[in-house]
Design a protein around this ligand. Structure first.
Ligand code: NFE
Ligand code: MG
Length: 573
């Protein structure tokens, strides 16, 4: 018999997400992704100075903290025609690169691991056997019996207080947990280690961005960091050496902790290589320029799309093919809700028609055609997944040398075909692979930066078009960035030096989107179809697939109710 279940809120994400799913004979047969929060920035940008937009948009989110600054300055640069000097491109790559690596590690250990790692089972692990397991997969120094015993004692003390802190409220003991106690203990140890590691390595942002979260050195046309090899308080050889040291530390943890652990536990969950694929359309607009004025096609990550899981056929992409729908979202479009609007023409008028909160006994998906605050972006009217998996799939299809080498190695170790990537496990593995590649790439970029400065090039901003008097009376621009969770785009229209319209189409908006006018489900929704549910009262399997996308609903819904009304109340655990 069909039964609907609700998970609300989904925890270990940023923002507020509700999932409703229909379960029949222990399998999900339909699903609805419901963004239950509403906040705002796009509308308050209208009328402001385009060069200030990044400062506001960066506050969309406190997780992918830098990415909305990046996309915003690129949108302005595109609109008014600025060329970014190489030093600034490389500094941006480093700020973004370390953001990505830190974000992926935090996601894996702190937001996703407990869907696979049973803390309670870790309490019964043999620390000696755990040490042998750890040493068999990596030469990471923190792997002695004493070390794992200390971690176990720490967690036991936690449990003894009955205040489980970050480990409270999970489905411990669920039959879908498959790891032996020793692999669970190793995961818990990494969880705690990663908390310290992430705080250290993000100091790159303090050096290159003056702070974290929300670095402050972004600038349309460049980066606002003084460059002077001979000055103490500017970017000089000392600072670059400091950055490099942190990047080495970042890379070591990914190479020796994250990846070996991922490879050690994946074999226990190979059934998840056949679950959670979803729409199987993958989109990226590429990122990480390595030369001044470089074409997007020559960036380290190249733009492309793969459709219907059709390897190895990557096709080019075009910005004009992106449109957002609100047929099933709580907005109205002046010209009718079934049309798609290109972001430059985007509208953000709220139209809440859902049940009055709280609604403990209702399904939002029963109530109304509209059921989410998230819009539905589509590419050529087709739902696409964005994110690390999309980037790795497109790169693999394009024969990107570094991506291909590591993806092939991982597939070979797991004995899995390339099509196994189109799954929940594939999504989680792709994030690890990308973290590894970017943690290596960061070292190349910091060396390129040192080399370029060594050649005497200290240019850091294109200021020929800084003054709005040098701009056309009307201009429009788009800035793309491959944020940790996927392809991000900011769209700006400028009139007489002021913002006339501003729209952000965000990774989690793509992935968390509701249905479109054709009834096509969004990526989360489609990915849940076919997922087994062992116990509808403990839907751990829903968390696995949804978490594999690393949702950020704060980014996905970045609008404002100007009257400050309460629209929904969210229950927090
Ligand atoms: Ni708020 Fe974000 C990233 C952006 S959203 S976390 O990465 O853009 O999906
Ligand atoms: Mg938007």
């Amino acid at each position: 018999m069909a039964k609907k279940i609700v998970v609300d809120p989904i925890t270990r994400i940023e923002g507020h997400l509700r999932i409703e799913a229909q379960v029949e004979d222990g399998v999900i047969t339909d699903a609805w992704s419901i963004g239950t929060m509403w906040r705002g920035i796009e509308k308050i940008l209208v009328g402001r100075d385009p060069r200030d937009a990044w400062y506001w948009t960066q506050r969309f989110c406190g997780v992918c903290t830098t990415v909305h600054a990046m996309a915003s300055i690129r949108a302005v640069e595109d609109a008014v025609g600025m060329t970014v000097p190489l030093n600034a491109e490389l500094i941006r790559n480093l700020i973004m690169g370390i953001q990505n690596v830190q974000d992926h590690v935090i996601h894996f250990y702190h937001l996703h691991a407990l869907d696979w790692v049973d803390i309670v089972s870790a309490l019964s692990a043999d620390p000696g056997a755990t040490a042998r397991l750890a040493q068999s997969v990596s030469d990471w120094p923190k792997s002695s019996k004493t070390y794992f015993k200390a971690v176990q004692d720490r967690v036991k003390a936690f449990v003894g207080t009955k205040r489980l802190g970050p480990f409270a409220n999970a489905y411990w003991g669920h039959p879908a947990y498959k790891l032996p106690p020793e692999a669970n203990l190793m995961g818990v140890a990494h969880y705690l280690e990663a908390l310290d590691w992430q705080r250290e390595v993000i100091k790159v942002h303090a050096i290159l961005g003056s702070k974290n979260p929300h670095p402050q050195t972004f600038l349309a046309g460049g980066i606002s960091l003084p460059v002077d090899p001979d000055a103490q308080n500017a970017l000089n050889a000392d600072k670059i050496a400091q950055v490099r040291e942190l990047l080495v530390q970042a890379n070591a943890f990914v190479e020796k902790v994250y990846i070996p652990y991922l490879l050690a536990v994946a074999p226990f969950y190979l059934d998840w290589a056949g679950i959670g694929g979803g729409v199987q359309n993958y989109l990226t607009f590429g990122d990480f320029p390595t030369a001044e004025g470089q074409r997007r096609e020559d960036y380290w990550l190249k733009p492309g799309q793969v459709r219907s899981g059709a390897f190895p056929d990557a096709k080019p992409v075009r910005a004009e093919a992106i449109a957002e729908y609100v047929t099933h979202s709580w907005y109205r479009y002046a010209g009718g809700d079934d049309q798609g609007l290109a972001p430059w023409q985007g509208e953000t008028e709220p139209d809440y028609t859902g049940p009055k909160p709280p609604y403990p006994d209702k399904f939002v998906s029963d109530e109304d055609a509209k059921y989410s605050w998230v819009k539905a972006p589509r590419y050529e009217d087709t739902p696409f997944e964005v994110g690390p998996l999309a980037r790795m799939v497109v790169g693999y299809a394009q024969g990107h040398p570094e991506i291909k080498a590591v993806v092939d190695l991982v597939l070979q170790k797991l004995g899995a075909p390339a099509s196994a990537l189109f799954s929940t496990l594939g999504r989680t593995a792709a994030r690890g692979i990308e973290a590894l590649l970017l943690s290596r790439q960061n070292l190349e970029w910091v060396d390129l930066l040192a080399e370029n400065l060594g050649r005497g090039d200290t240019r850091i901003q294109d200021n020929a078009r800084w003054d709005p008097s040098a701009w056309p009376a009307e201009a429009e621009g788009v800035g793309f960035h491959e944020a940790p969770r996927g392809m991000l785009s900011h769209w700006i229209r400028i009139k007489n030096g002021e913002i006339a319209n501003y729209q952000a189409v965000v990774p989690s908006t793509w992935n968390a989107s509701p249905r479109d006018p054709k009834g096509q489900r969004g990526p989360y929704e489609q990915a849940l179809i076919g997922t087994p549910i062992a116990d509808p009262d403990q839907p751990l399997e829903i968390l696995r697939t949804i978490h594999s996308f690393d949702p950020c609903l704060a980014c996905a819904v970045h609008l404002l109710d100007a009257r400050g009304r309460e629209i929904t109340r969210v229950q927090v655990l």
